[in-house]
Design a protein around this ligand. Structure first.
Ligand SMILES: [Zn+2]
Length: 191
């Protein structure tokens, strides 16, 4: 039987796309990788295909995810990075075996070997997180303005003034809430 799971919301940045597999952290939390197989699915659509995943590997993935979330949130708020989060990110990065490869278009991509494990994929995600938290990439870490979300996202807009982690979800929801509040305040006002 196939259970229905929440859809993935894939972003352009691997590390924050990964932290986005748990959404609405400050509201009605949605877990988008609740089972080992769901993590395998997420890794496949993220270009990190692995054969299988155990319950322990899923636990490790969750641990890395929350560590990246904590480190990215601290970096976005210019707070000191939590030592435990740094430790988990570094351990995952050290344990992964993946190779940087150059595509014909001149981009860098990560390549896993044919016998790659979840640890190798987590290593790639950890390395991606390190590059954004370290400020190596063109963009800025920011926190989503939705009070129930507050996800850390990587703002690559020209002006660096993006407010929502995802315009289609958090941005639209906020707009709707404001619109409804406005209607409530001004019943019958024709504008
Ligand atoms: Zn958000």
């Amino acid at each position: 039987m196939s259970a229905r799971f929440p859809d993935f919301r894939l972003g352009k940045v691997l590390a924050t796309s990964f932290t986005g597999t748990l959404s609405e952290r400050r509201g009605d939390t949605v877990e988008r990788i609740p089972t080992p197989n769901r993590l395998v699915d997420w890794l496949a659509v993220s270009g990190l295909a692995v054969e299988s995943c155990t319950a322990a590997q899923l636990e490790r993935a969750w641990e890395l995810r929350e560590s990246i979330h904590a480190a990215a949130t601290a970096a976005a708020s210019r707070a000191p990075l939590p030592a435990s989060a740094v430790q988990v990110i570094n351990d995952c990065s050290t344990q992964g075996r993946a190779a940087a490869a150059l595509t014909p278009e001149g981009n860098r991509e990560w390549r896993l070997g044919p016998a790659s494990s979840v640890e190798d994929a987590l290593g790639v995600i950890a390395a991606d997180a390190i590059s954004i938290v370290a400020g190596e990439r063109d963009g800025k870490l920011a926190l989503c303005a939705s009070p129930t979300c507050q996800a850390a996202f990587f703002d690559t807009s020209q002006s660096r003034t993006r407010r929502w982690c995802d315009m289609n979800t958090c941005g639209n929801r906020q707009k709707k809430a404001r619109f409804n509040a406005h209607k409530h305040e001004n019943p019958g006002s024709a504008k």
